[in-house]
Write a protein that binds this ligand. Structure first.
Ligand code: F6P
Ligand code: MG
Length: 392
């Protein structure tokens, strides 16, 4: 079912900033590594709105009409937006629980102390590296949602049973803290996750996702998400009072000369990639690259233009994971009106054969992806009749 969605501004977006209210987030209880539901029930890290919902009230409701028309508004809360966008209460709850985890991770990233090799923060009585802490918080949130069957993370690439149902439930793959090697430099980092229906994370494609999202921990904290049933990719800003507010929709990615070239070392023995990079430089594209996939891909959604590449070569193999990173970001980009490619096909068409599968990838506007495929492999499945050329 494709829900039609119209969004409009609702006056002033930002309320007056109040003092930061992280009292419930600052001292979370320690969580057992087994992610037991007992420890989750007593956890203090999630808001009351999530804690008081009894499992029995969380029935999955199917859409009654195939032509559900929703009217979301810029300025809506996350819950208002989700309620208008999908009738699947399980998915709403899962996305809300992940929002709670992202809020806590944002706080932990912001207050981490960074030494020689890692950035650490406290979690109950433990001192944990922030990526491991994020990993724990996300598993905990998924178990707490009651709608996650299996979860799997880049840190723990094995299916973990979260106790939710197969029918009406979801399986979730996540990269807890992408860019953890640049946390110490205070660059933007982020969480990536994809949501698949039922109990399968292999033998499926990125196109089977029902939702995908990023949590972005920069000067501002945002939650950028897309849902299968509605068009667009939607940005929520974390306000001082702890709420997520809908601030932007992206539905088209246009042409524009901005490039974000990953795995550049591959240009030493991949002459096609070297020529593509030469083309960007010769054509005076603006370089925007942090080395963190979340901000580097998010800028395409925010600026509604550009190209991100991470290309492999014999000596610099593909390192980005299809399940945890590439497919969820592909879903966000394509929902935003952009395109993705592994050189020959959309990354959303690639079957995920194993949890740790790696791939090269590009995300961007249509003409940029055509150029990427043509320069790497001589032709593009997207080739249009008109000549390709990026606007200034
Ligand atoms: O997840 C791996 C990662 O850190 C991405 O966030 C980033 O895009 C990539 O590696 C950077 O790779 P490179 O340093 O080779 O360009
Ligand atoms: Mg990563």
């Amino acid at each position: 079912m494709e829900t039609s969605l119209t969004c409009c501004a609702r006056g002033a977006i930002l309320p007056t900033a109040s003092s930061q209210q992280y009292s419930t987030l600052a001292s979370p209880r320690s969580v057992s590594p087994s992610f037991s539901s007992k420890s989750l029930r007593g956890s203090s890290i999630y808001g009351d709105s999530l804690r008081i919902v009894p499992r029995s009230s969380l029935k999955v409701s199917k859409a009654k009409s195939s032509a559900l028309v929703t009217k979301c508004e810029i300025g809506d809360s996350l819950e208002e937006f989700l309620t208008k966008s999908t009738s699947d209460k399980g998915l709403i709850r899962l996305m809300m629980c992940m929002g709670e985890a992202l809020r806590t991770i944002a706080f932990k990233v912001r207050t981490a102390s960074c030494g020689g090799t890692a950035c650490v923060n406290s979690f109950g009585d433990e001192q944990l590296a922030v990526d491991l802490l994020a990993n724990k918080l996300l598993f905990e949130a998924l178990q707490y949602s009651h709608f996650c069957k299996y979860a799997c993370s880049e840190e723990v690439p094995e299916l973990q049973d979260m106790g939710g149902p197969v029918e009406g439930g979801f399986s979730v793959a996540f990269d807890p803290l992408d860019g953890s090697s640049i946390v110490d430099t205070n660059f933007t980092v982020g969480t990536i996750f994809g949501v698949w229906p039922g109990d399968k994370l292999t033998g499926v494609t990125g196109g089977d996702q029902v939702a995908a999202a990023m949590g972005i921990f920069g000067p501002r904290t945002t939650y950028v998400l897309a849902l299968k049933d509605i068009p667009g990719t939607h940005e929520f800003l974390l306000l001082d009072e702890g709420k997520w507010q809908h601030v932007k929709d992206t539905t088209t990615i246009g042409e524009g000369k901005m490039f974000s070239p990953g795995n550049l070392r591959a240009t030493s023995d991949n002459t096609e990639y070297a020529k593509l990079i030469d083309y960007y430089v010769r054509e005076k594209y603006t370089l925007r690259y942090t080395g963190g996939m979340v901000p580097d891909v998010n800028q395409i959604i925010v600026k509604e233009k550009g190209i991100f590449t991470n290309v492999a070569s014999p000596s610099a193999k593909a390192k980005l994971r299809l399940l945890f990173e590439v497919a969820p970001l592909g879903f966000l980009i394509e929902k935003a009106g952009g395109y993705s490619s592994d050189g020959k096909q959309s990354v959303l068409d690639k079957v995920i054969n194993n949890l740790d599968e790696r791939t090269q990838v590009a995300y961007g506007s249509k003409n940029e992806i055509i150029r990427f495929e043509e320069m790497l492999y001589g032709s593009s499945r997207l080739k249009a009749a008109q000549p390709v050329g990026a606007a200034a």
